[in-house]
Design a protein around this ligand. Structure first.
Ligand SMILES: NC(=O)c1ccc[n+]([C@@H]2O[C@H](COP(=O)([O-])OP(=O)(O)OC[C@H]3O[C@@H](n4cnc5c(N)ncnc54)[C@H](OP(=O)(O)O)[C@@H]3O)[C@@H](O)[C@H]2O)c1
Length: 350
């Protein structure tokens, strides 16, 4: 039996590097030898937050590396030695070995992105979750048109991305622009250059107490689509002010996020892990999320677009800060949980 090292959750705020078997892929999976992983807020919330830590599981969602095994029933053009990026769900008590904070990981083949040679593993590690989630939010949940294959803008629907300075928000801005949408975003002054580089049409500082009223005026009282990449009481309340009189859709990025109490605004709370096509829990929470076939199909259909946009240099990964080794990950997760990490994603080379 081949073994590897992996980071295992052993208690609240406690994770340790263990020796464990290399996981075996099922017929529709691939086994990836990991070169780099990136931290996500959910990893830090599972280890340090209010959610009961999922013991014993591995954390980690985003990874990049090289394919070592391709499952027998995989029909996609994936082969041993391919450089790839992907997303799994760390902390899923139904599949405790799934986390990416390990030397290798089993991942569903339908959710694997082939990395162009120009994208190093460190950047590839920070790619999958933002691109899958931003695409799911815009094109599946809100039902907006997909990025235009010809590069010509097709419409000018207005969308507000609250928190354009997050990795999810920055990717959503880029994809929305490629789809020909008119993108309004909020961020701090420190992130304004980043969101402008991503293509935002209009940027508002969320520290300005009047930002929502200004958005309502700028959008001529017709804003109908909002993605809230922060989803706390304050962001939800402000987004409710920004949405025009005819109403619209408010998408919260967390299941526990607040609802908007305006009867012509629909609050949506999608959970992105549905794209993986596996049943799951979030941490030790008893609620089970069922497989949503359509979300897996959506992400599979979106991957060729992602690969093309990457190759053509039309989408960029969020800025990264590189570190080394599984053992250092818990301190990175703690800093992330404490809100000390802004404007970069922490990446760990293995
Ligand atoms: N539902 C799902 O499936 C799913 C999937 C992925 C992520 N998420 C959730 O989405 C959220 C964002 O994740 P992420 O990885 O994209 O975030 P991230 O990259 O870690 O976000 C960091 C950035 O957030 C911005 N920020 C901090 N406080 C803010 C505030 N009050 N208002 C506006 N911006 C603020 C800061 O930029 P500034 O310089 O602008 O302050 C900071 O650089 C997390 O809650 C995460 O759990 C959900």
């Amino acid at each position: 039996m081949r073994t590897q090292t992996a980071l295992q959750v052993v208690g609240r705020g406690a994770a340790t590097v263990i020796e464990c078997p290399v996981p075996v892929p099922s017929q529709l999976d691939v086994l990836v030898r990991i070169s780099a992983v990136a931290l996500n807020p959910i990893d830090s919330k599972l280890l340090y937050g209010a959610i009961t830590p999922p013991i014993p599981t591995r954390l980690g969602c985003d990874f990049a590396g090289v394919i070592e095994v391709v499952g027998e029933s995989v029909t996609r053009d994936l082969k041993i030695g391919d450089r790839v990026a992907g997303m799994v769900q760390g902390g899923n008590t139904l599949r405790p070995d799934d986390g990416a904070f390990a030397e290798s990981v089993v991942a569903p083949a339908h959710a694997i992105i082939k990395l162009p040679d120009v994208v190093p593993f460190e950047q590839g590690a920070a790619l999958a979750t933002p691109v899958f989630i931003a695409a799911l939010y815009l094109f599946k949940v809100l039902g907006l048109p997909w990025p235009d294959h010809t590069g010509i803008s097709v419409l000018s629907t207005q969308v507000l991305i609250y928190g354009g300075g997050t990795a999810t928000g920055a990717m959503a801005i880029q994809l929305a622009k490629l789809a020909g949408l008119h993108v309004i975003t909020t961020c701090s002054r420190q992130s304004s250059d980043l969101v402008l580089r991503c293509g935002a049409n209009a940027v508002f500082d969320y520290n300005d107490i009047d930002w929502a009223k200004k958005v309502r005026t700028a959008t001529k009282d017709h804003l109908a689509y909002v993605i809230d990449c922060i989803s706390n009481e304050a962001s939800a309340a402000s987004c409710a002010i920004a949405i025009g009189t005819p109403g619209g859709k408010y998408l919260s990025c967390t299941v526990r996020g607040p609802e908007i109490a305006r009867n012509n605004i629909v609050t949506l709370k999608p959970v992105g892990f549905t794209v993986l096509g596996r049943e799951f829990t979030i941490g030790s929470d008893e609620r089970r999320f069922a497989v949503v076939e359509a979300d897996g199909e959506f992400v599979q259909a979106f991957i060729p677009i992602t690969e093309r946009l990457l190759k053509e240099g039309k989408i960029s990964v969020f800025p990264i800060e590189c570190h080394y080794g599984l053992i250092r990950i818990p301190e990175g997760l703690q800093a992330l949980y404490q809100g000390q990490i802004r404007g970069v994603r922490l990446v760990y080379r293995l």
